[in-house]
Design a protein around this ligand. Structure first.
Ligand code: ATP
Ligand code: MG
Length: 141
């Protein structure tokens, strides 16, 4: 039996600014993900800090949250079999210099910080991240 799984993704400010949104959405859909929810937002620094609270003690936290609130982002609720792991594979390594060919970060990311996309890394973080940006009624099913 197919078990569908949900994950959460962000097209980050660097990718939105360079008009890569359409291409990244195409790569995500081509890989078999269904888009259950999608919106463009410009979040505040405080909202970015809430989202990345797990990274609060990391040295890059200040810079990361400034970057994530520097311009519009697109937040996505995605569904597919094995969605969490498959999205991470499609995104490629955090550092684009280490990302494999065919990945979103290899194609679009500029640096380890401005790396074009976010994807949840586990079931519990996917649940938290989906609920951070989407209310239940905003998802198509
Ligand atoms: P994401 O959580 O955005 O999907 P990831 O899981 O690959 O990415 P994390 O270790 O969770 O990577 O880091 C979160 C984000 O913080 C990275 O995507 C990147 O934007 C930024 N980041 C990570 N490491 C560094 C670093 N050494 N210097 C600057 N920014 C970094
Ligand atoms: Mg992460």
């Amino acid at each position: 039996m197919k078990t569908l799984q949900r994950t959460f993704s962000i097209i980050k400010p660097d990718a939105v600014a360079k008009n890569a949104t359409g291409d990244i959405l195409g790569m995500i859909q081509h890989a078999g993900f269904n888009i259950l929810g999608m919106k463009m937002l410009w979040i505040t620094k405080a909202q970015a800090e809430g989202f990345y609270a797990v990274h609060a003690t990391r040295p890059f936290f200040e810079s990361l949250t400034t970057f994530m609130s520097s311009g519009p982002i697109v937040v996505l609720a995605l569904e597919k079999e094995n969605a969490i792991a498959d999205l991470r594979k499609l995104m490629g390594a955090t550092d684009p210099a280490k990302a494999e060919h065919g990945t979103i970060r290899k194609k679009h990311a500029a640096s380890i910080e401005a790396n074009s996309v976010h994807g949840s890394d586990a079931e519990d973080t996917a649940r938290f991240e989906l609920s951070y940006f989407f209310a239940g009624y905003e998802l198509t099913r």
